[in-house]
Design a protein around this ligand. Structure first.
Ligand code: SF4
Ligand code: MSK
Length: 648
């Protein structure tokens, strides 16, 4: 196998990839070498939704789309559109089922039935209650929270009307969604309808299939994901900038290392509380370890980092590598992005792998189900298991030295305060700096790692290019963690990597040029931040008027497609890397890449070269600046005193 440095841009990961190879431990990197992707599947021109197939309709050698049809007569356009829509449904279902769990826990917390869960951010509770049309005057906090929990839960099963959070979007955008008939009605309904329409022999017009995919994606971004973010903020506190550290070097040889991996922050929150329990502390002392070291992985890491400053062990492609250190006593996994291969890696060491969600089990892992009624008790049980496992370490522990400081926790609320100050919280300074050209535009760079591209490399190449060109970057998920490891989430990064205008703004406010906004569901924060820029005024009337763009250069999951699709349907130009799942159909690709610009004023693009992709985004940003009439401002020179004197 190629050496670790070719597989990862992060030297800690490279070191562990090499260790795994030396010790004969199978990881995602080694499996990818022996398992090449199917070329027909990559282009999504294969249908297997009924047992008369699978029907494979590859492009001809000259690159033309096959004129053949599946056994039922389905064209390649229908097949590719169905596969794309099902990806959107899978992604929307994942975010939204996460949100359902959060909403159920929120309601139990409001009713006093969830052990140790409370309402931490009352101000945000009142704001969100008002969004839901709930009367907050002269009412008890718990009563408001119960009504909010019930109303939020009813968004999932609603059959008609419009999802409540779509009312937060700019009015122009809401009108456009109604005109295109994609306003989401109920979260579950839209996902179910995609699955029905893409069943054998139902919807067989690719444009019509994609219309429902769009409605399902909007039900994610302006529904499930947003509900999840807002209720988590109310329960656990709205994030504020926090100093944290990242990379495999956060693991400690003389501590009991527990890695929380997955997405739902419910158990991780309780583990934080339980780790402070005096009885737990006593058992740590008895074990001979110097303490408990909680660390996060993937989006669970983003959640506990933003609210507690808990260190991050790493992003998606580091999950198995953390275990290869031999220093992890226990890893918990709940839902999404956890590799089944973890069980094999854990077996090579003393590590206990614990599944905790009633929706996800892994053969070879131990299952300890987390339920909010007994949340704290479960967390203590898990910590105790980890402590008892500390003396069982086998073989030499090998923890890479790499560990990097970073600042995370830039919620939309925080950005408002940082920009405008506590007493005049506002996006006005950001809008002004965009108008005067110091900030050329804003980019949301998000998403996963993908073993088919060098780990972290594409995120970093794209983001460095964007900030060098004065584009402020908002980031979430595994992309945020790639930036953290590379030192881009520090205020000093502005002076080192950003263009002159962006650096000037960042240095004045004291923020990094790349702002960590959270986990995958927190991409809804980016929608809210973009909406706040529109509402502040002066930069158009819709999200599609803004000089902004989105990207996921190393995407791999269906959730990334759902996120990208709600960005596009919200009017944002979005470019993905690695591979693109509609290349099997020229018509479907043209529809999403070109016709969507007319329909939604936002469209998809595919560019595997991250620097070229950054320049597609910059070109789009410049096009929007020109349309707004602020393109000339960039050419204006800011004269300092020396230049003025020279003129005199
Ligand atoms: Fe083939 Fe049609 Fe069945 Fe798909 S639905 S597998 S194209 S026969
Ligand atoms: S964890 S969806 S690999 S961002 Fe949210 Fe990372 Fe992508 Fe999972």
């Amino acid at each position: 196998m190629a050496d670790g440095k070719e597989k990862s841009a992060d030297s800690a990961s490279a070191e562990m990839i090499d260790r795994a190879v030396r010790e004969g431990i199978s990881t995602g990197c080694s499996r990818a070498e022996s398992l090449k992707p199917c070329p027909i599947g990559v282009e999504e021109s294969c249908c297997k939704i009924c047992s008369m197939g699978p029907c494979r309709l590859p492009r001809s050698k000259t690159g033309e789309t096959s004129r053949r049809a599946g056994v039922c007569g389905a064209t390649v356009d229908t097949i590719v559109a169905r596969n794309f829509a099902r990806k959107v449904a899978g992604g929307s279902a994942s975010h939204s089922d996460h949100a359902r769990e959060v909403a159920l826990t929120f309601l139990m917390a409001a009713q006093g039935k969830a052990q140790d869960f409370t309402i931490k951010d009352e101000m945000k509770l009142f704001e969100v209650a008002l969004d839901f049309g709930i009367n907050i005057e002269k009412r008890d906090v718990k009563e408001i929270a119960v009504e909010l929990g019930e109303k939020a839960l009813s968004e999932f099963g609603k059959q008609s009307g419009e999802l409540i959070f779509t009312g937060k979007a700019p009015l122009r955008r809401q009108e456009l969604w109604r005109k295109q008939n994609v306003m989401p009605r109920g979260i579950d309904r839209e996902v179910v309808e995609v699955m029905h329409r893409t069943h054998m022999g139902v919807d067989q017009d690719y444009r019509h299939i994609l219309q429902q995919a769009t409605r399902a994606a909007l039900a994610d971004g302006w529904g499930g994901s947003m509900i999840s973010t807002e209720l988590q903020d109310i329960m656990f506190g709205t994030p504020v900038p926090v100093l944290g550290s990242i990379n495999l070097g956060v693991l400690k040889e003389d501590h009991v290392n527990i890695v929380v991996h997955g997405h739902e922050p419910l158990l991780p929150e309780m583990l934080v509380v339980a780790s402070r329990d005096p009885v737990i502390k006593q058992s740590v002392e008895r074990s001979g370890a110097k303490g408990i070291n909680l660390a996060g992985m993937c989006c669970s890491a983003n959640e506990v980092l933003m609210r507690h400053g808990i260190p991050c062990a790493g992003n998606f492609l580091q999950q198995e590598l953390a275990l290869v250190t031999g220093a992890v006593e226990l890893m918990t996994v709940d839902v999404q992005c956890q590799m089944q291969g973890l069980a094999n890696v854990a077996e090579c060491f003393h590590t206990k792998l614990i599944t905790t969600s009633d929706r996800a089990m892994i053969q070879g892992a131990e299952h300890i189900e987390f339920h909010p009624e007994k949340g704290l008790d479960t967390a203590k049980r898990i910590l105790t298991m980890a402590i008892e496992n500390y003396p069982n370490r086998r073989g030499p522990v090998c923890i890479p030295a790499e560990k990097q400081d970073m600042i995370a926790g830039f919620s939309h609320e925080t950005i408002t305060y940082l920009l405008g100050g506590l007493f005049r919280a506002s996006y006005r300074p950001l809008n002004d700096n965009i108008a005067n050209g110091r900030i050329r535009g804003v980019a949301g760079v998000v998403g996963c790692n993908n073993v088919r591209t060098r780990h972290d490399a594409d995120h970093l190449a794209m983001i460095r290019e964007l900030i060098k060109n004065d584009v402020l970057v908002l980031t979430t998920g595994c992309s945020a963690m790639a930036c953290g490891k590379a030192g881009l989430l520090t205020p000093e990064a502005a002076g080192q990597h950003a263009g002159k205008g962006l650096a000037e703004v960042c240095e004045t406010i004291g923020i990094p040029p790349v702002l960590h906004m959270g986990s995958c569901v927190d991409n809804s924060r980016i929608l809210i931040a973009a909406t706040a820029i529109v509402k502040e005024g002066g930069l158009g009337e819709d999200l599609s008027d803004l000089p902004v763009a989105g990207a996921a250069p190393e995407w791999m999951s269906e959730k990334a497609i759902a996120i990208g699709h709600y960005f596009v349907a919200s009017g944002i130009f979005t470019v993905f890397g690695t591979t693109w799942p509609t290349l099997g159909s020229e018509n479907v690709t043209r529809h999403l890449f070109e016709e969507y610009e007319d329909m939604y004023k936002g469209m998809w693009a595919f560019e595997p070269d991250p620097v070229k992709a950054a320049h597609l985004m910059i070109a789009h940003i410049d096009k929007k600046r020109k349309a707004l009439g602020i393109d000339k401002a960039r050419e204006r020179v800011l004269y300092d005193m020396a230049m003025r004197r020279a003129m005199e």
